[in-house]
Design a binder for this molecule. Structure first.
Ligand code: GLN
Length: 212
């Protein structure tokens, strides 16, 4: 299976390396045609203002929205999460308003500019996730269709999922944490072959076939 990584700016190489390490073929996406044949997409961390300009310079906005509309999974980390937000507090217009949340950029201020912490994320497993936050945004409003995947101790929301869109304010790809990319790979496999994984619908047919 191939999963794309938007490779305009930011830590796309780390996302590609993470995908590679879990047995998924990473594809660098720079032009609309690069979206052909991929089953999911990662939007890396970096600088969302620069990423916004490059998305428009390379005419990627509409093709990315069309890719999302197919139901293929998209995973944004940090700046990638800002790109996916429907609203940006006190700031710019949204870029790909696919996630019904309001994010605030650089939400942790100078003293906590960058930090790491352990967070429980039950949706990806029992052991906590090591979160690396770098000038990270926070999610200030979550729409009714959005599942909160992780919060900080003070209750601030830092990971969400809405249907095929997953976003984290932190960077698992910088912490050797593969479980979010595995989740995207699983969602991508289910999107490619909806029968696979829901076993029940397939197995009776197969069993009936092999019994002959
Ligand atoms: N502060 C950056 C922004 O606002 C995001 C930082 C990151 O992706 N690590 O775009």
């Amino acid at each position: 299976m191939k999963i794309g990584v938007l490779a305009l700016q930011g830590d796309f190489a780390e996302h590609a390396a993470m995908l590679d390490s879990i047995g998924v073929h990473p594809v660098e996406v720079r032009l609309p045609a690069d979206l052909d044949g991929i089953s999911g997409l990662c939007l890396p961390g970096g600088e969302s203002t620069t990423m916004r300009h490059l998305i428009d310079r390379w005419a990627l906005r509409q093709p990315l929205l069309e890719f999302a509309a197919t139901g293929a999974p998209i995973y944004g980390t940090c700046a990638g999460m800002i790109i996916l937000a429907r609203e940006i507090a006190d700031g710019d217009e949204p870029v790909l308003p696919l996630l019904d949340v309001t994010v605030r950029r650089n939400a942790f201020g100078r003293q906590l500019d960058s930090f790491e912490g352990e967070l429980p994320v039950p949706l990806v497993g029992d052991t906590p996730v090591r979160g690396v936050f770098i000038r990270a945004p926070v999610i200030e409003r979550v729409g009714p269709g959005v599942d909160v995947m992780a919060t900080l101790d003070d209750g601030r929301v830092v990971a969400v999922r809405e249907r095929n869109i997953v976003a984290t304010a932190f960077h698992p790809e910088l912490a050797g944490e593969p479980r979010f990319h595995r989740l995207i790979a699983t969602m991508a496999a289910e999107h490619d072959d909806p029968g696979e994984g829901s076993g029940r619908r397939h197995h009776p047919t197969r069993r009936a076939g092999s019994a002959k």
